[in-house]
Design a protein around this ligand. Structure first.
Ligand code: F6P
Length: 367
């Protein structure tokens, strides 16, 4: 018999399709299978710092499986390890872990289920070291969390990006243009690679493969000469030229990860048009990729992840992260996912398949 009777659940980092499906699975499994009390912590670690908790019921987690976002709210800027505290009219960054521990004790929480990315898992590991029982559930549309082959939300983002790429095809073909779609993913090209291949994009630019603009332009011109008077380019926000840097849209000094990428699509649009003479347009998909209802595969994954998190907790595990490896749900130490990024390996089979069918990655491996 486990001593656990009351658990807290929070969502940290950027929102992602499938968060509510995990919350639902965790809460229903905890309440119905194990008769636990489930407490929702609002706005990620901010709610833990500010003692904003509320009890979840079967009713409050009903009808949320298909809902985008998170009913608990989230925050991708707050860490208890560096939180602004005002004293004598001066704001200083302080470690407010003690405050969080007090709130966990005051609310009689025996364990936390923490849903988030690598930053969230680093904080969860910190709490585990201080004696708090935590189980992590991996989340990110970027699919770049170390230790798991897939995170929920990724396939929904790929599906949205693919739909956008499919739709710009008609304008590209009718106007004989180059159409560029910039997708999210930070430093990992998973979304661009999958959406690029799924949409049959002619050029795919990934952060992992620095591109040579001349090669991209030669490819576009060559297509034009062969009668294909348009090209579709799927570019990851983290892509960069082989002799240059990533394009930063802005710095957010209040965030633990202050760099926000964005703008590479617009940059290469101008360059491609100038070098090829072919009219070029670019669009940035942005947060559309994180919005709306999760696709069925993500609802399924989120439900399995959530129910497994509760089984692990009640089976006596602590400090573990639920993951998917080779098609099987399993678990690894939380510390394994801390502060690491899972990038697309250059030897990935999808890159070679795409090269085989003539996709240009802008490098000198292209034929
Ligand atoms: O990590 C998810 C993600 O959507 C990235 O793909 C993107 O670079 C970043 O978050 C955007 O962050 P924000 O919502 O703070 O602009």
């Amino acid at each position: 018999m486990s001593d656990i009777q009351r658990i807290g659940i929070l969502t940290g980092g950027g929102d992602c399709p499938g968060l509510n499906a995990v919350i639902r699975a965790v809460a229903k499994s905890a309440m119905n299978r194990y008769s636990l009390d489930v407490i929702g912590i609002e706005d990620g670690f901010l709610g833990l710092i500010q003692n904003r908790f509320h009890r979840l019921s079967n009713d409050s987690v009903s009808n949320i499986l298909t809902l985008g976002g998170t009913i608990l709210g989230t925050n991708n800027k707050v860490t208890p390890l560096r939180h602004p505290v005002e004293e004598n009219g001066k704001v200083e960054m302080r470690d407010v872990t003690d405050r969080c521990l007090e709130h966990i004790a005051a609310n009689r929480l025996d364990a936390l289920i923490v849903i988030g990315g690598d930053g969230t898992m680093s904080v969860a590991s910190h709490f585990v070291r201080l004696g708090i029982n935590c189980i992590g559930v991996p989340k990110t549309i970027d699919n770049d969390l170390h230790g798991t082959d897939i995170t929920f939300g990724f396939l929904t983002a790929v599906s949205i990006a693919t739909d956008a790429l499919d739709r710009v095809h008609t304008t590209a073909a009718s106007h004989h243009r180059v159409m560029i779609v910039e997708v999210m993913g930070r430093n990992a090209g998973w979304i661009a690679l999958h959406a690029g291949v799924a949409s049959g994009s002619d050029v795919i630019l990934l952060p992992e493969i620095p591109y040579d603009l001349k090669r991209v332009c030669d490819f576009v011109r060559h297509r034009s000469r062969r009668g294909k008077r348009f090209s579709i380019v799927c570019v990851s926000e983290g892509a960069r030229p082989k002799d240059g840097q990533q394009v930063i849209s802005h710095y957010d000094p209040t965030s633990p990860e202050p760099i926000r990428l964005g703008g590479i699509g617009q940059k290469i649009a101008g360059e491609i048009e100038a070098l090829t003479g072919i009219e070029t347009r670019s669009i940035v998909l942005g947060h559309v990729q994180r919005g709306g209802s999760p696709i069925p595969a993500d609802r399924v994954l989120a439900t399995e992840f959530g129910a497994t998190a509760i089984d692990l907790l009640m089976g006596g595990c602590n400090g573990r992260l639920v993951v998917m490896r080779r098609g099987t749900i399993t678990h690894i130490p939380l510390t394994e996912a801390e502060g690491k990024q899972r990038l697309v390996p250059l030897s990935h089979s999808l890159i070679s398949a795409a090269r085989d069918i003539g996709t240009c990655f802008g490098d000198d491996v292209d034929g």
